[in-house]
Design a protein around this ligand. Structure first.
Ligand code: R5P
Length: 312
């Protein structure tokens, strides 16, 4: 079965880098819009009998990128692809995994269902908001972890007086995984979300006084969580060198300014969504290209991914 890589418009640079590592090229396809706003995608080369991988992080604008992924999947399935896998380095709507109040959808479950309905038989994702999301997928999920590559990028700044900080309770396990790799203790910030952009810190568990914090999270969206955590850490007497490490650097709106203004010294993220540094921070981007190329290569050859997947 031949290998075919198809990329939507969300992050062709990353898809091209993966294709380059696999010694192949992206299949020819280009989405365009009808005057009424409907999206049209067309594969301009045959995928019949192919082992096809659709690359599309569903970052902002989330709905546009999600629909494009679903349309590409439907096109590839109807064009006779033998095997169809979605490679979704950032999975939008993952945070909507339950109803916080009444009369709300469970969007993450709906998106997982749409992916199956579109004919995708397998999903590759990276550091999902919660590992329990796997239960939402009725197709196999390969849940990769960027923690090893991010921890190794952060390690040059990990001094003995460092501390890995979870900016909320949900990030505790993630913080423990970084702490194991960096050989540092863990502290936890207890936060309450007030709105989409604002959070309040209640207290910090663990010793942060005069320690250099590595604040770790799965994603940064508006920067509100990190801004609040950094403020609380400085108020608690941490060392001024704050490093933030997150897999998904969405950095919407004024996020970069908010982090810089909160005293964050450096930011390390992957390129799961296209990074757009505005120059307000020392922002180091670690590419997922090698991890994704290795994953696609092994899936194509039906080899184990045991050492690449996230646990817990
Ligand atoms: C929440 O539980 C997530 O792990 C992130 O902490 C949060 O979504 C980041 O969003 P923002 O940057 O807008 O605070």
């Amino acid at each position: 079965m031949r290998l075919t890589l198809i990329a939507g418009s969300a992050h062709r640079t990353l898809a091209q880098a993966v294709a380059g590592r696999l010694g192949t090229q992206l299949a020819d396809c280009e989405p365009r819009r009808f005057p009424d706003g409907e999206l049209h995608v067309e594969l301009r080369e045959s995928v019949r009998g192919a082992d096809a991988y659709l690359f599309q992080p569903t970052g902002p604008p989330v709905d546009v990128h999600l629909i494009e992924l679903l349309l590409l999947a439907d096109a590839a399935r109807r064009a006779g692809a033998a095997r169809l896998t979605a490679v979704v380095p950032y999975f939008g709507y993952a945070r909507h995994d339950r109803r916080a109040g009444g009369r709300e959808p469970v969007a993450a479950r709906l998106v997982a269902d749409l992916i199956r309905t579109a004919g995708l038989e397998r999903v590759v994702a990276v550091d999902l908001h919660s590992a329990a999301l796997e239960g939402f997928f009725s197709v196999p999920l390969e849940h990769l972890s960027a923690v090893p590559i991010l921890a190794s990028a952060a390690s040059p700044w990990a001094r003995a007086d460092g501390v890995v900080v979870a900016p909320d309770l949900g990030a505790t396990k993630l913080a423990e995984r970084y702490a194991d790799r960096l050989g540092l203790p863990v502290a936890i910030v207890h936060k309450t979300r007030l709105s989409g952009e604002e959070v309040r810190v209640q207290r910090i568990t663990g010793d942060v006084r005069e320690r250099a914090p590595f604040v770790v999270d799965d994603m940064i969206s508006t920067g509100g969580t990190i801004e609040a955590a950094a403020g609380a850490l400085l108020a608690a007497g941490c060392a001024s060198e704050i490093t933030v490490v997150a897999t998904h650097g969405l950095m919407v709106g004024q996020a970069e300014e908010r982090l810089a203004g909160a005293g964050v010294r450096r930011l390390i993220t992957t390129d799961s969504v296209p990074p757009r540094p505005a120059g307000r921070l020392a922002w180091q981007v670690v590419s997922l290209d090698a991890l994704l190329a290795e994953t696609v290569g092994r899936l194509h050859r039906d080899e184990s991914l045991a050492d690449l997947v996230a646990h817990g």
